[in-house]
Write a protein that binds this ligand. Structure first.
Ligand SMILES: NC(=O)C1=CN([C@@H]2O[C@H](COP(=O)(O)OP(=O)(O)OC[C@H]3O[C@@H](n4cnc5c(N)ncnc54)[C@H](O)[C@@H]3O)[C@@H](O)[C@H]2O)C=CC1
Ligand SMILES: O=C(O)C(=O)Cc1ccc(O)cc1
Length: 568
C-alpha cells in the first residue's frame, strides 16, 4: 500500500484529492506544506500531494516555491477538485450578519473568498489559522458568537457549527500536484513542467525562450516568472504540452540551455504528467470520413489535444455509419469532387446535437448540400486549411472558416483548436471563400500547370530556367515546381472546383488573350494605360507591403547556397 503525505485535517480538500487519486493509500496528514514535502523527501511517505493552483486564488505560491526547489522526485500527476465552501457560525441560521466581527479560515480559503467577504463582510477582521480543527473546536466550546468560519460543509458539521450560507464561491477549483520518486511514463496526452535556475540578465531572454517552443509548435499552458529571493534574479516557470521523452520538446529544452541561456543545467525538470484541463471542453470524440493525408494530419493533432478520434473510409473495418453513433463531431475530408456525394450519403445518419465539419476546398456547393442532407439540429461549418499535410504546424498559416447559422458550441471548439495552434483564421461567406480561392488557389494552380505544359511543348530545358529568370519571374517558376512536386490529384481537384472561383480563371484567360493581342500589335501605350489603371486599383499600402515582402524573398533566393541547390 502506498503512503501519501498531504494537508490535513481528515476530510480537507487535500485529503479528498488524495483519496480520489489513490483510494487505498495510507494518508499522512500535516498542517504545513513544508512538513508534507519533508515527509516525502525523508522517505516517510512514498508520494506527496499539495495544492498548486486555484481558479480563484491563482498560483499557490508557497507550494510552488517548495516544489520548484525539490531536489529529488518529480511532479508525476495532478488532481483537480471542485471546492465547495460554506459559512458557519455557532448562532446558526437566522443570525443578523452584522453581529459577525471575525471571519476565521485557512489562509488559502480566505483568499478564495476574497470577493465574497469584501461584499458581505467589509468591516470584519479576517483571522487566518493553520489548524482549522483546533479553531473550530475553540469557537464551539467558547461559544464565540461574533465569529464565523469558512470551511467545507463536512467539517463545519463535524464540529457542530450550523451553516449560514452554502457554496459561497462558485467556479472554485483547486489543482493538486502529486509528487513521486520516478518520472511518469508518457500517456500520449502530457504536459511537462520546468523551471529555470536564476537567470543572468540578457536582452530578449524571455522572448528567445518562448520562441524555441513556438518554432516547434509546442503550446505553453502556463508561464510564471519570479525573482529568486536572495539574488533577485529572474526564474521562469513553464508548463508546456508534451512529455519530456518527446523529441520536439527535448530539442527545445536542449537548445534553451545550449543556445539561449548558454549554461549547463540551466533548466530544472520538475516532471511530466498527464495534461490537466482546467478549461471546459465539450467535445469528446471526432470521427473522420476519409482517411487520407489531411484527415490523418488533423486526427493526430486532435489526439494530442486529448480528443478521441476515429478514421473511417471506404475500406475501414469501422464503418462510417457505426462511427457516427460514437462521436460528437463528424469531419468529412475526402477529395473535393466526392465531398457533396459523401455528405448526401452520410448526412442523414447525424442526429441533432452533433456537428458536421467539412474540411474541403469548395464551400458553396458543399454547404448547400450539407444543409439539405442533415437535420436542422446538426451543427454545420466548413474549414479550408490553406496548408498541406507536409506542414509541421499550423502556426501563422491561413485558414478560411465558413460558419453557418448552424455553427454552435462544437464548431467554436474546433475553431478554438485552430486558434490555439496559431492558425490565422479568416471568416468568409460561402461565396466569398470560393471567389477568393479562385484568386488564391485555382488561378495560380492553373497558371502553374499551363506554364509546365508550355515548357514541355517547347522542350525548354528546366536547368536553363534558373539561369535565365529575373527576380520577378522566379516566383511563377517556384509555384510551378511546388505544384508539380505534390499529389496531382490535390491540384486537379482545385482546378475543377465549382463556385465563384471559376469566373476568375475564365476572366483571366480572356484578359490574357487581350493582352497578347495588344502586345503583338505593339500597342505599348495601351499596355501602360492598363497597368496604370491596375495600379490605381491597388491601395498604395498593399503595394508597399508586398514589395517589401518580395524583397525579403529576393534576399533569401539570392543566397548562393540556395541557388546551388536549385541547379543541382
Ligand atoms: N492535401 C492538401 O494539401 C490539402 C487538402 N485539403 C482538403 O482535404 C480534403 C482531403 O484531401 P486529402 O486528405 O489531401 O486527400 P487524400 O487523397 O490524401 O485522401 C482522401 C481520402 O478520401 C478517400 N476517398 C477517395 N474517393 C472517395 C470516395 N469516392 N468516397 C469516399 N472516400 C473517398 C480516399 O480513400 C482517402 O482516404 C480535400 O477536400 C481537400 O480539399 C485542404 C487543404 C490542403
Ligand atoms: O502547400 C501548398 O503549397 C499548398 O498549396 C497546400 C494546399 C493544397 C490544397 C489546398 O486546398 C490548400 C493548400
Amino acid at each position: 500500500m502506498i503512503s501519501i503525505a498531504t494537508q490535513g485535517p481528515a476530510g480537507s480538500d487535500s485529503c479528498q484529492a488524495a483519496r480520489q487519486y489513490a483510494p487505498d493509500a495510507r494518508l499522512l496528514l500535516f498542517n504545513r506544506i513544508a512538513d508534507i514535502l519533508e515527509a516525502f523527501l525523508s522517505g516517510q511517505a512514498d508520494q506527496a500531494l499539495v495544492p498548486v493552483y486555484n481558479t480563484r486564488e491563482g498560483e499557490i505560491k508557497e507550494s510552488f516555491r517548495l516544489v520548484s526547489q525539490l531536489e529529488q522526485g518529480y511532479w508525476i500527476d495532478n488532481v483537480v477538485l471542485p471546492i465547495h465552501l460554506s459559512l458557519g457560525a455557532v448562532s446558526g441560521g437566522g443570525l443578523d450578519l452584522s453581529t459577525i466581527k471575525t471571519i476565521v479560515g485557512r489562509s488559502s480559503v480566505l483568499r478564495q473568498c476574497d470577493e465574497y467577504l469584501d461584499r458581505h463582510f467589509p468591516l470584519a477582521t479576517m483571522m487566518a489559522v493553520q489548524d482549522i480543527e483546533a479553531a473550530l473546536a475553540d469557537i464551539r466550546s467558547s461559544n464565540r458568537t461574533s465569529h464565523a468560519v469558512i470551511e467545507s460543509e463536512e467539517l463545519l458539521k463535524k464540529h457542530g457549527i450550523p451553516l449560514i450560507a452554502r457554496e459561497v464561491v462558485p467556479h472554485n477549483r483547486t489543482r493538486f500536484a502529486v509528487l513521486g520518486k520516478d518520472l511518469a511514463k508518457s500517456s500520449g496526452y502530457d504536459a511537462t513542467a520546468i523551471i529555470t535556475r536564476p537567470l543572468r540578465d540578457r536582452v530578449g531572454m524571455l522572448a528567445d525562450i518562448l520562441g524555441e517552443f513556438t518554432r516547434r509548435g509546442i503550446n505553453i499552458l502556463d508561464l510564471q516568472t519570479e525573482n529568486d529571493i536572495k539574488t533577485q534574479k529572474l526564474r521562469i516557470y513553464i508548463e508546456a504540452e508534451g512529455h519530456i521523452d518527446d523529441t520536439l520538446l527535448r530539442e527545445a529544452l536542449t537548445r534553451l540551455e545550449k543556445r539561449v541561456i548558454q549554461e549547463d543545467n540551466a533548466i530544472k525538470l520538475l516532471g511530466s504528467f498527464p495534461r490537466v484541463d482546467m478549461r471546459v471542453k465539450q467535445i469528446k470524440a471526432f470521427g473522420f470520413i476519409g482517411s487520407g493525408a489531411m484527415s490523418r494530419w488533423f486526427a493526430s493533432r486532435l489526439e494530442n489535444e486529448g480528443y478521441t478520434t476515429y478514421l473511417t473510409g471506404r475500406t475501414s473495418a469501422l464503418r462510417p455509419e457505426a462511427m457516427i453513433e460514437m462521436v460528437d463531431v463528424v469531419v468529412i475530408c475526402v477529395p473535393i469532387s466526392v465531398t457533396a456525394d459523401t455528405i448526401r450519403q452520410y448526412g442523414r445518419h447525424l442526429h441533432d446535437g452533433q456537428a458536421l465539419i467539412l474540411l474541403a476546398g469548395e464551400s458553396e456547393n458543399t454547404i448547400n448540400t450539407a444543409f439539405a442532407a442533415t437535420s436542422p439540429g446538426v451543427e454545420l461549418m466548413l474549414v479550408h486549411n490553406l496548408w498541406g499535410p507536409q506542414a509541421l504546424t499550423m502556426k501563422d498559416k491561413n485558414a478560411s472558416v465558413v460558419r453557418t447559422a448552424r455553427s454552435g458550441a462544437f464548431c467554436s471548439e474546433f475553431e478554438a483548436f485552430l486558434y490555439k495552434h496559431g492558425a490565422d483564421i479568416f471568416h468568409d461567406s460561402p461565396s466569398k471563400h470560393d471567389l477568393l480561392m479562385g484568386v488564391g488557389q485555382k488561378l495560380p494552380t492553373t497558371i502553374s500547370v499551363a506554364l509546365a505544359m508550355t515548357l514541355t511543348r517547347h522542350e525548354i530545358d528546366c536547368l536553363d530556367i534558373s539561369s535565365h529568370s529575373t527576380l520577378t519571374s522566379l516566383y511563377g517558376i517556384l509555384a510551378m515546381a511546388r505544384v508539380h512536386n505534390q499529389n496531382p490529384r490535390t491540384y486537379a481537384e482545385i482546378m475543377a472546383t465549382s463556385g465563384d472561383g471559376r469566373k476568375i480563371v475564365r476572366s483571366f484567360a480572356e484578359n490574357l488573350l487581350h493582352l497578347i493581342d495588344l502586345a503583338e500589335s505593339g500597342d505599348i501605350d495601351q499596355l501602360c494605360r492598363i497597368m496604370e489603371a491596375n495600379r490605381n486599383f491597388m491601395p498604395p499600402a498593399f503595394l508597399q507591403k508586398r514589395m517589401k515582402q518580395a524583397k525579403a524573398v529576393d534576399e533569401m533566393l539570392s543566397l548562393s547556397a540556395l541557388k546551388g541547390d536549385w541547379d543541382s
